[in-house]
Design a protein around this ligand. Structure first.
Ligand code: SF4
Ligand code: SF4
Length: 106
């Protein structure tokens, strides 16, 4: 993924050109910066240094990003007020597990 200059934002200050470690940025016909995607190593230096935030990762023509927010239907169905919860039917019973002692048989 290379970075891309937004020509609508670029003010042709050329700060990014000197900052690119692989010299992937040059000037276009209008003196605005142009990034060569074949050279760009996506280090992000130019995007960080651009004074007008004209550089951003080139995400391609994909119109629908994967992390598109979904509309959450937060409507909760109304439930009738049943009052306090009665004791559950399957309440555990205390089992008397003591084994009576058998008489001593001789
Ligand atoms: S630093 Fe930003 S405004 Fe300056 S030339 Fe590069 S992209 Fe254009
Ligand atoms: S992201 Fe890094 S390698 Fe790519 S154009 Fe910007 S400074 Fe150069």
């Amino acid at each position: 993924m290379a970075y891309k200059v937004d020509p609508a934002k670029c003010i042709a200050c050329h700060t990014c050109i000197g900052a690119c470690p692989v010299m992937a940025i040059s000037t276009g016909a209008d003196q605005k910066a142009v990034i060569d995607p074949a050279k760009c190593i996506s280090c992000g230096t130019c995007a960080a240094i651009c004074p007008v935030n004209a550089i951003a990762p080139d995400l391609g023509p994909t119109p629908n990003p994967v992390s598109e927010p979904k509309s959450n239907d937060t409507k909760t169905p109304t439930t009738p007020d049943l009052g306090p919860t009665p004791n559950p039917v399957s309440e555990p019973k205390s089992n008397d597990t003591e084994t009576p002692t058998a008489p001593d048989q001789k």
